[in-house]
Design a protein around this ligand. Structure first.
Ligand SMILES: Nc1ncnc2c1ncn2[C@@H]1O[C@H](COP(=O)(O)OP(=O)(O)OP(=O)(O)O)[C@@H](O)[C@H]1O
Ligand SMILES: O=C(O)[C@@H](O)C(=O)CO
Length: 423
């Protein structure tokens, strides 16, 4: 078995999203939480996904980690690579998306790559280079108030231009609609015009399949998870991937569960409210209180809960409360305090036997998996598009984790997740 596609994601929920969509094909997908510490090689899956936590890091550090991940994947046999970022193109003002793509292209000897964050099933579409979230342009969507990466422009070519050397190209939707051959021809013409970085429109899954067909042999593809979805089928069809990959057998799990929410997205706010309305025991964490007293009160509360009722601990709050906390503590510190507290709660819940752990938020998921010491997981069934249950080991026991991207899932996501994976 060799690695058919080596994938690098810039955050943990983004990586599970990608892994979940690849796993829809039935092919085995392995997810590494952070740069793998074990030697590359040995037992590998055809799709290996490395989850980094680089979305908000300084550019140099993000680039260094992505290159190290690509080196590991290359040593494991990968010859094609996928660079996964958020379907809302989340980046800091300096931006890591372009610099990472550029560095990987240089290392892999790729002369051109594409950028396509579209995820139509979740309402992300790219048209004439502009990213829409549902009906709203990105910059008018709730993403404009994201705690760490507020997105205030919707034009991907304009967002990408300062992040890369040389001009950015665009393959417009009419070309994409005309199919793989037209896309290939447009990419060749753009390459001849010196455009190594090309944004591609996509408004439905069929567009993504056409793009994946046109680009499946590129050394580096970059985009959201949905662009990768067609790749396993294409690799099976052309014989790059053998059809006899083993299937996942999920472990037996106990009744105990906990829900930890550090995402402040509009959707997570609704999901938390819905879960509490349904009668779940819940405790709201206040960053200012945590800054003064630490997580002791949260841990005491959790210690008194019946874990078979899947209690929720959440810092999820509306944009106004988030801003107030950030003004007092600073953006980074407010985030860290919450992440540390939720991570401590995850460990305490695991130590009391919780084997199903639901986490909302990419940064939060990074902190939780790190605290649990979960370094790699096998990817199971999806609860909602882009949100699978994953199975790993923590402190010698089986744990199931689902890492929900801030904006993903239905309002009933938390109860959906627990129903989907009943002991
Ligand atoms: N009440 C709060 N005040 C300030 N910051 C908060 C608060 N609650 C959570 N945070 C921080 O906001 C950040 C939310 O980012 P996170 O990546 O976890 O969620 P998200 O961005 O909605 O998810 P995704 O990246 O998957 O879209 C975290 O750093 C978290 O600690
Ligand atoms: O692409 C998305 O929207 C998600 O996988 C994600 O990256 C959220 O952090």
């Amino acid at each position: 078995m060799t690695v058919v596609l080596g994938c690098i994601a810039d955050d943990f929920t983004g990586a599970t999203d990608l892994a979940g969509l690849l796993a829809r094909s039935g092919v085995r997908v392995r997810l590494h939480m952070g740069l793998p510490s074990e030697e590359a090689g040995g037992d590998v899956a055809p799709f290996e996904v490395i989850a980094l936590k680089t979305r908000t890091l300084p550019v140099g550090e993000a680039v260094e980690q992505a290159r190290a991940a690509a080196d590991w994947l290359r040593a494991a046999g990968a010859q094609r690579f996928f660079w996964k970022y958020c379907s809302t193109f989340d980046s800091t003002p300096q931006g890591n998306i372009g610099p990472v793509a550029q560095a990987l292209m240089a290392d892999l000897g790729a002369s051109q790559t594409i950028y396509c964050p579209a995820f139509p099933e979740n309402g992300r579409r790219v048209f004439m280079g502009n990213l829409f979230v549902g009906r709203q342009p990105l910059a008018e969507s709730p993403m404009r108030d994201h705690p760490l990466t507020p997105m205030r422009d919707s034009d991907l070519t304009r967002l990408l231009a300062p992040q890369v050397a040389g001009p950015v190209g665009l393959v417009e939707h009419p070309v994409v609609e005309a199919g793989p051959q037209a896309i290939r021809a447009a990419l060749v013409a753009l390459a001849e015009a010196g455009r190594a970085h090309v944004v591609i429109d996509a408004i439905r899954d069929g567009d993504l399949t056409a793009i994946a067909t046109a680009c499946r042999d590129m050394a580096l593809i970059s985009g959201g998870s949905a662009l990768a979805m067609a790749l396993p089928g294409l690799y099976l069809a052309n014989g790059t991937l053998a059809a006899d990959a083993p299937r996942l057998v999920p472990p037996q799990l106990d009744k105990g569960a906990v829900v930890l929410s550090g995402s402040c997205s509009a959707m997570t706010n609704r999901q938390v409210a819905h879960y509490l309305q349904g009668g779940a025991p819940g405790l709201r964490l206040d960053p200012l209180e945590l800054a003064q007293n630490g997580p002791r009160a949260a841990l005491d509360w959790l210690g008194a809960q019946d874990l078979s009722r899947a209690p929720i601990l959440y810092a999820t709050a509306d944009p106004q409360s988030v801003r107030a906390a950030q003004e007092h503590l600073g953006v980074a510190r407010a985030g860290e305090i919450v992440e540390e507290a939720l991570a401590a709660c995850a460990v305490a819940a695991r130590d009391r036997g919780a084997q199903r752990i639901v986490v909302a938020g990419g940064e939060t998921s990074g902190a939780v998996t790190r605290a649990l010491g979960v370094s790699r997981m096998d990817v199971g069934a999806e609860i909602a598009p882009g949100v699978p249950w994953c199975f790993g080991r923590s402190a010698g026991q089986d744990v199931a984790l689902t890492l929900k991207s801030g904006n993903f899932g239905a309002e009933s996501f938390f109860s959906d997740a627990l129903e989907r994976l009943q002991p």
